[in-house]
Write a new protein. Structure first.
Length: 401
């Protein structure tokens, strides 16, 4: 009898499985709005000019491919910490933030979960309702029991801030609360700065442990404004974690570039946390890769290259907003009478369309337009070549209800 005979076939990942279905579809006019990737006007992942410039320099330099330390590239950790928390952050200045390079955002989440499993194994993890599907998998595989807190109000298509605060007030001290810094996935509905202040007060009062997932810094409001959750929590002296990724805002999806940050009580505690986090890294992947970190650290360390990056990032952000506006106006002009203001008020790559599972299945089966069953559509995948088709299909489905 095989040791593997007890294993059943696992269900397909809802996002990766959707991409597989899209790839298998022979329709010539198919559209993929399921995967969470920024695409340019031609429907391709852009190679940012700043990234291309650094890659050329790296390729021209002969260097051995040795191991990095378990914590990653030191210069990378320094500039990324400053980007995430801000150069004037008291938490950074006083040395109470421990930062490690990680294998993109998922790797950062898993390292953080591994450290929390060591420090607080009996804690419960609360995820927003809804949240990115992989959050539950990361934390349950790390040994935690997960639950949810209210976040999205389907009736108003906005954040249910009062429900969220009530659920946080009801949570036990030490509960780990996973929150999205900006460009909430999948809804696109973000907390305002005032709402972050209210959340910070409750977190501090209830002694909760925020775990901030920041995969889209700079794609909502700006690089600086999108770091507000870290500013609010840091100034309040809260202990919290941040997982950040450079897949979307640098276009480095395949390089798997990210970091995990632990905001602790003081510098001595940060040192202890760093030592234990490195052991978690050692058990998972030993040490992170070099190329992506070298690209990011070079750009963030150069005033000229960082300026180019922020300009390109701003252009990406503006294109997403333009696609939202065109999509909304197109649906309205097609005769959709329901309130569509949520399309332009949401932020980031995704729009929570409100379409039901049968409607999303119809969108795929009849029109060959792919989105998640939850109704999530990646508006960053819209462009001048596919917009009319998507508007025609979505408007027909919406008007048939």
């Amino acid at each position: 009898m095989s040791v593997f005979s007890c294993l059943e076939t696992a269900p397909r990942d809802p996002i990766m499985g959707m991409t597989e279905a899209y790839m298998a579809d022979p329709a010539p006019d198919k559209v993929n709005l399921g995967v969470g990737v920024y695409l340019d006007e031609t429907g391709k992942i852009p190679l940012m000019m700043c990234v291309q410039a650094v890659e050329q320099d790296l390729a021209a330099t002969r260097r051995p491919h040795g191991y990095l330390p378990m914590s990653g590239m030191a210069g990378y950790n320094t500039v990324v910490q400053e980007l995430v928390f801000g150069p004037s952050s008291s938490a950074v200045i006083t040395g109470r933030v421990a930062t490690l390079q990680a294998v993109a955002g998922t790797g950062a989440l898993r390292v953080g979960a591994g450290l929390l499993a060591l420090a607080s194994p009996d804690s419960k993890v609360l995820l927003s309702d809804p949240s990115w599907e992989n959050h539950d998998l990361v934390f349950t595989r790390a040994g935690f029991t997960t639950g949810t807190y209210r976040y999205y109000d389907a009736a108003t298509r906005s954040v249910d801030i009062e429900g969220m605060l009530d659920d946080l007030r009801a949570a036990d001290p030490g509960t780990i609360v996973v929150m999205h810094a900006s460009c909430h996935n999948p809804t696109g509905c973000d907390l305002t700065h005032d709402e972050w202040d209210r959340v910070t007060e409750v977190v501090q009062e209830r002694e909760l442990v925020p775990f901030i997932d920041m995969a889209y810094q700079g794609l909502s409001l700006s690089v600086i404004q999108d770091m507000y959750p870290m500013t609010a929590l840091g100034e309040a002296g809260v202990n919290f974690l941040v997982a950040n990724s450079f897949s979307k805002n640098f276009g480095l999806y395949g390089e798997r570039v990210g970091a995990i940050h632990f905001a602790t009580s003081d510098s001595a505690e940060a040192t202890r946390v760093l030592s234990q986090a490195k052991i978690v890294v050692r058990s998972l992947y030993s040490n992170p890769p070099t190329q992506g970190a070298a690209i990011v650290s070079t750009i963030l360390s150069s005033r000229e290259l960082r300026g180019i990056w922020e300009k390109e990032l701003g252009e990406m952000r503006d294109r997403i907003k333009k696609m939202r506006a065109v999509f909304r106006s197109g649906l309205e002009n097609a005769g959709v009478t329901q309130d569509l203001s949520y399309i332009t008020s949401q932020a980031g790559l995704f729009s929570y369309s409100g379409l039901t599972v049968p409607q999303m299945q119809r969108l795929r089966n009849e029109f060959h337009i792919y989105g998640l069953d939850s109704g999530r559509l990646c508006v960053a995948g819209l462009n001048a070549f596919n917009m009319d088709r998507v508007i025609e299909a979505v408007s027909e489905i919406m008007k048939s209800e």
